[in-house]
Design a protein around this ligand. Structure first.
Ligand SMILES: C[S@@+](CC[C@H](N)C(=O)[O-])C[C@H]1O[C@@H](n2cnc3c(N)ncnc32)[C@H](O)[C@@H]1O
Length: 372
């Protein structure tokens, strides 16, 4: 059974108590705090689960909604991220190994009050000797980012937080924080707040910021719509290879089978007295940690498949630019025209192509995304 990180829960309680008027915070017990947060908790729950129009566009700018969000969604969100990274096996172990040698670089996009960053810091569980990681947090709501720093501090995590208030629909920000690639990129419960037409290009831009051994973790609610949207992205973005949860890198067979079913996690969860008190107020029951996620790394050999493949399309327009379809030993793959051109220049289409093209040494470097 998966158990929450007490340090994060305690930190959220401390911060929430500090924000409530003294007469409402009372003795600071979970029940008292939960009762004080009840109206805002209900509004968030109804807004996220049933009717988004109940929430303003920048809902975390409202201090009451931010406090309620931190209380319930931050500890649960952090635990989801910790669970998902725990499924990363050797790839995540490698990242932890690196953390002992140099400051790891994390990017958390749509960070809110830093739930995903807190979960990642908890999963990394760095020793006192490890250099503190550099965590770059982007969100359009500045007050939420400020809370992220306070929560990390209250939870006792050693990290250097760089907070950037920015709306990513205007592109990713520029600056020294982006001068080097990232070891871990987190995008949690945020893709569903972008229009469908933006999501693919956005994740592609994030993928281009990954260090060669880096990991990208996308977490979304465990609902049918959010999980299916995430799977659709996974199936579409050829430059990323799946680390978890799928046992293969083929297109999702469940997704292809029908429009009804969706793959998600429902892990038995040892909820604390704090989450229990909040659940009672909202009429929820977190005895399981329910969510969907995709943990990915850059596809092996840049964007080119391993093994002999066959070109099965001419140039096609994709939201990320021009692509060709390759039929590979691990299924159909989309390969960007730029990458394809460098590796397979002069290759007539429909011809079977080897796994190691003659000029493989000129493996394409991914273009850095254009900012703005
Ligand atoms: C549901 S919250 C998730 C917060 C945090 N990642 C978590 O998992 O708890 C969604 C966050 O995405 C941010 N967000 C949504 N659209 C954004 C945009 N276009 N640019 C920057 N931040 C955005 C919101 O401000 C909010 O903090």
């Amino acid at each position: 059974m998966f158990t929450g990180d007490e340090r994060i829960e305690k930190a959220t309680r401390v911060r929430v108590r500090a924000q409530l008027p003294r007469r409402l915070a009372g003795d600071g017990s979970p029940g008292t705090l939960a009762a004080a947060l009840a109206p805002a908790l209900m509004r968030l729950t109804m807004g996220f689960n049933h009717d988004r129009s109940l929430l303003p566009a920048s809902y975390l700018q409202d201090p009451k909604l931010l406090a309620a969000y931190m209380a319930r969604f931050t500890p649960l969100g952090a635990d989801r991220v910790r669970f998902a990274l725990g499924q990363g096996g050797a790839a995540f172990a490698r990242l932890r190994g690196l953390a002992g040698e140099r400051p790891l670089r994390l990017l958390d996009v749509g960070a809110g009050p830093g739930s995903a960053t807190l979960g990642a810091l908890s999963a990394l569980d760095l020793s006192g000797d490890a250099p503190p990681p550099v965590c770059v947090l982007i969100d359009r709501t500045r007050s939420a980012l400020e809370e992220a720093a306070r929560l990390a501090d209250a939870a006792g995590f050693r990290a250097r937080l760089v907070r950037i208030a920015h709306d990513v629909t205007r592109g990713l920000p520029e600056g020294p924080a982006f001068a080097q690639p990232f070891d871990l990129i987190l995008v949690a419960n945020m893709l569903n707040e972008l229009s469908e037409s933006r999501r693919g290009r956005f994740v592609q831009r994030l993928a281009a910021l990954l260090a060669p051994e880096g990991l990208l973790l996308a977490v979304e609610p465990g609902t049918q719509a959010a999980a299916r949207d995430l799977i659709a992205l996974r199936d579409r973005l050829g430059e990323l290879a799946t680390v978890a949860p799928c046992p293969h890198d083929l297109p999702c067979p469940l997704h292809a089978q029908n429009r009804r079913d969706w793959c998600h996690v429902a892990a038995p969860y040892n909820r604390s007295a704090w989450i229990d008190a909040l659940d009672r107020v909202c009429g929820l029951d977190h005895t399981r940690l329910v969510f969907s996620y995709w943990l990915a790394r850059q596809a092996a050999d840049g964007v080119l498949p391993a093994g002999p493949s066959r070109i099965v399309s001419d140039l096609l327009k994709d939201e990320g630019g021009s692509v060709r379809l390759l039929c590979t030993p691990s299924g159909l793959r989309r390969v960007s025209a730029a990458a394809f051109g460098v590796a397979y220049r002069g290759q007539p289409w429909t011809e079977k192509i080897p796994s190691q093209p003659a000029n493989a040494s000129s493996r394409p470097r991914k273009e850095r995304p254009r900012r703005n």
